[in-house]
Design a protein. Structure first.
Length: 342
């Protein structure tokens, strides 16, 4: 186990016979059984591995638009010992029910809420899970249809870093959340019921970091190989931070590069007009451009390691062409067979 569970509970929010959203509330927390531990462990790993998460904080009414502070107040009452865990989650379920009622598309789901610890931090995990139908074979070899929670495809989930919230109430990133694939409107209700306001544009910060790194190596006296080694080391550092759920620290990154003989990156990044935060979450999808070039368009998809540019891959911007030396064996085989066939 990489997590230590304190409390967990599931409530159901669904359409009643009148077509209205209604809550079916569990009166006590889930027992910390092996099934609960396995479920939360899987969800923790799945959520932590999700790319492109957003980050925010509890909005303040009248300062952050229409932000509702009811969820934040209920959480504070629970953390201060003024209410129990069940009372807090019931209040949260009712807030989500009211928010879901505003939308025609919603079918509800199972609201899972859990307090747990991992990597010396306390978290509150909130997810709206859906049920998925599956078939199984019984002992008498008859088929049976069952419903189970779809843990591998969570789309509506958020995690509040309670340790960071308590230590730094001015933080703008103690809430992380999954961005909805179907568009922001579908995911908005989930953020709105918690009163969450987006505070850190993770992609923008990561792209700004890449810009700073490229400017740094371009203005240095490093060789071509040393420049790529610098990019690779930046990517490795950021990927390592993302793996353990830690933020990129620009000063720490500068020290890491200095250990590799690449001094002054921190001063360079702070001295330029990059508007980099001192700390921000890593976005591995954005950072891949440090190691690879890739693009898709007009029926062509191309991807190659950055170190090959100018050697195995020659780009001519004037003629708008790319020459590849040493075609990958599996691609060469396909091309050869197609030519012979024609």
């Amino acid at each position: 186990m990489t997590i230590s569970i304190e409390q967990a509970i599931i409530h159901e929010i669904s359409l009643d016979s009148q077509g209205q959203m209604a809550c079916r509330l569990r009166p006590q927390p889930l027992l910390n059984s092996q099934a609960v531990e396995a479920m939360l462990e899987e969800l923790h790993q799945t959520y932590s591995g999700k790319a492109g998460k957003g980050f925010g904080y509890f909005g303040v009414p009248n300062e952050d638009g229409d932000a509702n502070d009811a969820f934040a107040n209920a959480l504070k009452a629970y953390r201060d010992g003024q209410s129990g865990f069940v009372d807090f989650t019931v209040a949260a379920s009712q807030l989500l029910q009211a928010e879901l009622a505003k939308y025609d598309f919603s079918q509800g789901g199972f609201l899972l809420m859990s307090c747990y610890s991992a990597m010396a931090s306390d978290y509150l995990f909130v997810a709206l899970l859906s049920a998925k139908s599956s078939m199984t074979v019984l002992d008498d070899m008859e088929l049976s249809q069952n419903n189970h929670l779809d843990l591998n495809n969570i789309q509506l989930a958020a995690r509040i870093d309670l340790t960071e919230l308590q230590a730094d109430k001015a933080s703008k990133k103690y809430i992380s959340f999954i961005r909805g694939r179907a568009g922001r409107k579908v995911a908005d209700f989930f953020l709105d019921f918690m009163g969450c306001v987006e505070g850190v544009n993770t992609k923008a910060q990561n792209k700004t970091l890449i810009h700073a790194v490229e400017d740094f190596v371009a203005g240095s006296e490093l060789t071509k190989d040393e420049r790529q080694q610098c990019r690779d080391r930046v990517f490795e550092y950021c990927a390592e931070r993302a793996e353990v759920g830690a933020d990129i620290e620009v000063k720490d990154l500068g020290d890491t590069l200095a250990d590799q003989g690449m001094d002054s990156f921190y001063d360079f990044a702070c001295g330029g007009n990059y508007e980099l935060d001192d700390e921000f979450p890593a976005d591995k999808a954005s950072l891949r451009s440090l190691k690879k070039f890739s693009g898709t368009g007009g029926g062509v998809t191309l991807s190659f390691d950055g170190g090959h540019l100018g050697e195995r891959v020659i780009y001519d911007p004037i003629s708008d062409t790319i020459l590849i030396k040493g075609v990958p064996a599996n691609l060469k085989d396909q091309l050869d067979r197609r030519l012979k066939g024609e």
